[in-house]
Design a protein around this ligand. Structure first.
Ligand code: SAJ
Length: 409
């Protein structure tokens, strides 16, 4: 095997597929039986445009195998989650577990690439972990690099090839080796640096986006309070040649933008006042939205509401860290008398933590548009863009994405 990819989630799977279709013999490893058995049956494990086709193509090359076991390989790619704990500190235990598995198989000359978004110093930590378990190896026998993933859900398979990559080695030779692998499938530029610079660069990218979304969210709350349309303000301000405000929404979800800034904060707690403030603003937005819904219900004596969208953003099935989930839970627990009809075209079952509430129901868009008076748009899925506007004319609407205002509701 040329490349053993540890972790077949949102990053490890597409990476395995593009490597396999570009000539590398790839073995993908995952601890979850649900993941390996689906992939062995030739089925994609999550909703992403082009993913099933890419899986079919990779299987067609005979270059891809999948199991729950790490195997001997010349290169290992670590693509496991790096969550934060309840105290917001980074949890690198999955990376440590991957390093332990790799240590059991790696041979002199082996290369280990960390793709998971990681706190500064984690590539060195991986090297130390593997060397400490392999006293037979001399320092310098192995190469280590950090090559943070940069793909956006919804456009992963395009971005995995066209985006520029940053490759940071523990030394320049290690970076050059890792870059050679990425150049087999990446048409963007591959930029070489050291591992710590690559680690902080990735954290800077996602913190930059978080801070900018926080600005949009804060501005939207200010404008709404003054009775002004925030989307008009943003659109007009963006006519300035040096202003480019992002879009406000119900909050920031997912497992990257809402998480990675905390890695920087934990590295430099006293110097990250702005980054921390952005986290606080974005984390506050779901409760701002649920309060608005409750006020709207009270003013109309409403006993039910339609919630459009549960995913963390448009056109994905991913509910991780979703502000919509938080808003629905808050409504369900504070208003047990309220019937909450959720429309989410990308799921077939409500998340298990909703089972404790008897007042949440997964429903169809048609039924909600027919029966509900209050419609709350939380996710700008394409399906919701296609709603017949005449059906909305008589409704009370809370549009947290400014999607229908563009259509002149
Ligand atoms: N959001 C807004 N307003 C905006 C943009 C986004 O409210 O103007 C919200 C989304 O609805 C969502 C959250 O922010 O809840 C995050 O969505 P996103 O599309 O900004 O980002 P992710 O989490 O899907 O992917 C990000 C990307 N990072 C950057 O754009 C800097 C992606 O390139 C990274 O690879 C990914 O994080 C990652 O895995 O780190």
């Amino acid at each position: 095997v040329d490349v053993c990819v540890v972790g077949l989630g949102y990053i490890g799977l597409p990476t395995s597929l593009v490597l396999a279709t570009n000539g590398s013999k790839v073995h993908g490893v995952d601890v979850a039986d649900s993941v390996t058995s689906r992939l062995q049956a030739g089925l994609a494990t999550f909703e992403e445009p082009g993913l099933q086709d890419a899986l079919d193509a990779a299987i067609g090359t005979d270059n891809l195998t999948v199991s729950d076991r790490t195997v001997p390989a010349s290169t290992y790619i670590i693509a496991v989650p790096t969550p934060i704990g309840s105290d917001k500190s980074p949890d690198t235990s999955y990376i440590q577990a991957a390093a332990v598995q790799i240590a059991g198989h790696i041979q002199p000359g082996g290369l280990v690439i960390l793709e998971s978004t990681s706190p500064v110093g984690t590539t060195e930590f991986v090297a130390k972990t593997i060397y400490s378990l392999r006293p037979d190896l001399d320092s310098g026998d192995l190469a280590f690099a950090h090559c943070p993933e940069r793909v956006i859900p919804g456009s992963m398979l395009r971005e995995i090839t066209v985006n520029d990559r940053i490759v940071g080695g523990l030394n320049p030779q290690d970076a050059a080796r890792a870059a050679t692998l990425y150049r087999t499938f990446c048409t963007g530029e591959v930029h070489l640096t050291d591992a710590r610079t690559a680690e902080i660069t990735k954290l800077a990218e996602n913190s930059f986006r978080d801070v900018n979304i926080a600005f949009a969210n804060e501005l939207s709350m200010v404008a709404e309070g003054l009775g002004i349309d925030p989307w008009e303000v943003i659109s007009l301000a963006n006519k300035h040649p040096r202003v480019n405000i992002l879009q406000p929404g119900p909050g920031v979800g997912g497992h990257c933008i809402a998480v990675d800034p905390w890695f920087l904060i934990s590295s430099a707690p006293n110097e990250t006042k702005l980054i921390k403030a952005a986290r606080i603003v974005n984390d506050f937005k779901p409760s701002f939205v649920s309060e608005k819904i409750k006020r709207e219900l009270e003013s109309s004596d409403g006993t039910s509401v339609a919630i459009l969208g549960l995913a963390f953003k448009a056109n994905v099935d991913d509910l991780r860290g979703s502000p919509s989930v938080e808003i629905v839970e808050e409504l369900a627990s504070s208003r047990p008398d309220l019937l909450i009809r959720v429309v989410e075209p990308f799921i077939t079952d409500l998340p298990s933590n909703f089972r404790q509430y008897s007042n949440i129901r997964l429903d169809s868009l048609e039924a909600c548009l027919e029966n509900e008076e209050l419609i709350v748009l939380l996710v700008d899925h394409d399906l919701f863009k296609k709603v017949d506007m005449s059906l909305l004319a008589t409704k009370r609407i809370i549009d947290t994405r400014g999607m229908w205002r563009e259509l002149n509701v």
